[in-house]
Design a protein around this ligand. Structure first.
Ligand code: UD1
Length: 437
């Protein structure tokens, strides 16, 4: 099992290229199922999760040409040869559930394992299923599987989400592209990944309006065609490195980062005393490591609020800000698993339900810690960059799910970081325990 070993204290200086967004790429890949023509995706992040999605698509009959290390993937669903996504493939990664809607829309039926809960919360899929039912699908849950059928095709519907869900908005949008008539999604999620998916689907011939606002209108079309489309830059990866630069101090240019997708984080960083500027088509982040940080309270909210996927990273930063900062996690019910691990480095964090109080500690000291889920693990990397001495982060397969070339990217800016492999097998199979985000 791989470990990452970091010796803290070095400021970061240099450039970090931002990869394509994992959360967008996964849904764009699912879109390939909607057409018999090839969909070519550029800026594809090479990650355990995206490679895994490619494997699932292949079991459904999709031809995938994605050479190792390449950032361009060609997905061709000339014929869908299976409409079954088995438990073993869906339980490992929640986003694989998103093949259900495209299969239903294109073939008229699908059997997809329920994704189940995960470390950060229960994460049901009831909103996804209600949306398909509103579009005329018959849904039965049996033996842990969702069996969905719309043998005469899906029909447009007005769907009012009771609360904002990124996954349900994307999933309903994917299916509605091929439904008869108009679908209206009310109280839709507004994340940049939603607009990215809509842009890609429109490039394939879909008719989607309003993505990025809370009302999305989709006029169903008979068929979709092929397209070539670049995945949007990963705002969570960019935000993570922005926080890392703030934590370690120094000056970092995040190449390709989209400042306009990071408004809430930029505000929070500035309030903490960090310089953040939109510069040269990317984001420039600087902090004098000699200057203390200021405490900032964080409330996670759907976009454009502060993203839950950056909460753990910002908490790591606040462990060194003199004074108290309060974190309220409003999206997931169990998303403070990083707190006990941060405490091992000397952080002062008290968790009560969905609220955590962080009191800035004068110093952090390196220690062995354990990654528990994707975003929590990278918060440990950030804390380790600030800690005195050596931190070993175990179970880094969580990081590999969502961060492309993390160690080389940080090392190129002067961080003392290395990966240590030993011969015990990767417990990738069991990674559902920390499946998150
Ligand atoms: C996506 C992102 C994840 C991010 C999250 C919120 C991917 C692969 N993952 O997850 O990184 O943290 O958005 O920005 O894109 N819910 C229900 N019923 C449903 C669907 C959701 O109760 O049918 C609940 C969830 O349990 C959660 C909340 O709604 O409490 C928001 O979840 P949602 O926005 O759907 O997150 P995901 O799409 O799963």
């Amino acid at each position: 099992m791989d470990r990452i070993v970091i010796v803290g204290g070095a400021p970061l200086k240099g450039e970090i290229p931002i990869s394509g967004a994992k959360n967008s790429a996964l849904k764009l890949m699912a879109a390939a199922l909607l057409t018999s023509e090839p969909l070519t995706l550029d800026s594809m992040p090479n990650l355990a999760d995206t490679r895994f999605m490619a494997q699932l698509l292949m079991t459904l009959g999709v031809g995938v040409a994605w050479p190792d290390g390449s950032h361009t993937a060609r997905l061709h669903a000339a014929d869908v040869t299976s409409t079954i996504a088995p438990y073993d493939l869906v339980r490992k990664m929640r986003a694989t559930f998103n093949v259900l809607g495209p299969l239903l829309a294109r073939v008229g039926h699908a059997t997809v394992s329920l994704p189940g809960g995960c470390a950060i919360g229960a994460r049901p899929v009831d909103l996804h299923l209600k949306a398909f039912e509103a579009m005329g699908a018959d849904i039965v849950i049996e033996g842990g599987y969702v069996k969905a059928a719309a043998l005469r095709g899906l029909k447009g519907a007005t769907i009012v989400f009771p609360f904002v869900s990124v996954g349900a908005t994307e999933h309903a949008m994917l299916a509605a592209t091929l439904a008869r008539g108009e679908t209206v999604l009310e109280n839709a999620a507004r994340e940049p990944e939603i607009a990215d998916l809509a842009n890609c689907l429109n490039a394939m011939g879909a008719r989607i309006d309003g993505a990025g606002t809370s009302t999305i209108r989709i006029q169903g079309v008979e068929t979709l065609g092929g397209a070539r489309y670049p995945v949007v830059a990963d705002r969570i990866e960019a935000g993570t490195y922005a926080i890392a630069a703030a934590a370690a101090g120094g000056e970092v240019q995040l190449v390709g980062a989209r400042a306009e997708h990071l408004g809430a984080l930029v505000q929070a960083l500035r309030a903490a005393g960090v310089t953040v500027e939109s510069r040269d088509g990317g984001l420039f982040v600087a902090r004098d490591p000699g200057q203390p940080l200021k405490p900032v309270d964080i409330d996670t909210q759907p976009y454009p609020g502060f993203p839950t996927d950056l909460q753990a990273q910002f908490m790591a930063l606040m462990t060194r800000a003199p004074g108290a900062s309060i974190f309220r996690e409003n999206i997931f019910e169990n998303r403070f698993m990083h707190a006990p691990e941060l405490r091992r480095l000397g952080a002062d964090i008290t968790v009560r339900g969905s609220e955590a109080v962080v009191r800035g500690a004068p110093r952090l000291v390196g220690a062995p810690v354990m990654a528990t889920d994707l975003r929590a693990s990278v918060s440990l990397v950030i804390a380790a960059l600030m800690a005195e001495g050596e931190t070993t982060i175990n179970r880094v397969y969580h990081l590999d799910r969502g961060f492309e070339r993390l160690e080389p990217k940080l090392a190129a800016c002067g961080a003392d970081v290395k990966r240590v492999s030993d011969r015990s097998p990767e417990p990738r199979e069991g990674s559902v325990e920390g499946e998150a985000a």
